[in-house]
Design a protein around this ligand. Structure first.
Ligand code: PMT
Length: 213
């Protein structure tokens, strides 16, 4: 099982970056639970202070492009990908070689698109089960269903990150799961460790169904 966790950092200069509020807790919970269930787990993690869960092989990355390279290198050998990382959609066009000095007036940053890692995996999908997350602050179901289809996922775990006790940083999450066949599930607020089990139950069910058919 390949799990990604935490945010990416997109460098502006040697001391600054564009980042986001992901701590890695959601992805680390999934990796820990998958290893506890006996899976071989590779955890590709952006910068975080979290301790590597027992039995998990961890690859540390910093930027979205680093994560893209690490994920692609592991992709062929995995049965499922669970992509809990918060990947920067944009990076600065240029990374200054030296610290950017302040001056009077405004500073405008030019940004360019990063690869959409999950979209690329969806394009190359063969046997792999692909699970995405959708971090939204409005129109959660519509945006999540859009990502599910565009990225060719088996299911997507949608969290409204504007909600208290859900999304970034906290130890709990409140999600809806949308499936490629149109089904949807509402789940109550629960610890991320428990949600990790809910997600892995569904991955296991798809794997078992494929073994039978
Ligand atoms: O780490 P925590 O503090 O515990 O917080 C958990 C979380 C809020 C980060 C997690 O629950 C979550 O929602 N993760 C997904 C964050 C995100 O980037 O969502 P998105 O809707 O922007 O992206 C949709 C999916 O595409 C995600 O699976 C993402 O990993 C993936 N993606 C996005 C952009 C990109 N360039 N490449 C990607 O692969």
């Amino acid at each position: 099982i390949l799990v990604t966790a935490a945010g990416t950092e997109e460098p502006l200069d040697p001391v600054r970056y564009l980042g986001n509020r992901s701590t890695g807790r959601m992805g680390f919970a999934v990796a820990a639970e998958a290893a506890r269930r006996g899976a071989q787990v590779v955890l590709i993690a952006g910068p975080t202070h979290l301790v590597t869960p027992a039995g998990v092989r961890r690859v540390d990355v910093r930027s979205a492009r680093d994560m893209y390279a690490a994920v692609c290198a592991a992709y062929d050998g995995v049965d499922a990908v669970i992509k809990a990382a918060a990947v920067a959609d944009y990076r600065p066009v240029e990374t200054a070689a030296h610290k950017i000095k302040k001056s009077d007036g405004e500073l405008t940053l030019a940004l360019t698109r990063n690869p959409d890692i999950l979209y690329e995996l969806g394009q190359k999908k063969r046997h792999q089960i692909l699970v995405g997350f959708a971090a939204e602050t409005q129109n959660v179901a519509d945006y999540a269903r859009g990502k599910l289809a565009t990225k060719n996922l088996d299911f997507i775990v949608a969290n409204n990150v504007a909600e208290k006790d859900a999304g970034f940083g906290v130890s709990t999450n409140h999600v809806q799961i949308f499936y490629a066949d149109g089904r949807a599930e509402d789940h109550p607020l629960m610890p991320k460790a428990k949600l990790a089990g809910v997600i892995l139950d569904r991955v296991e069910a798809i794997l078992k169904q494929r073994t039978v058919t």
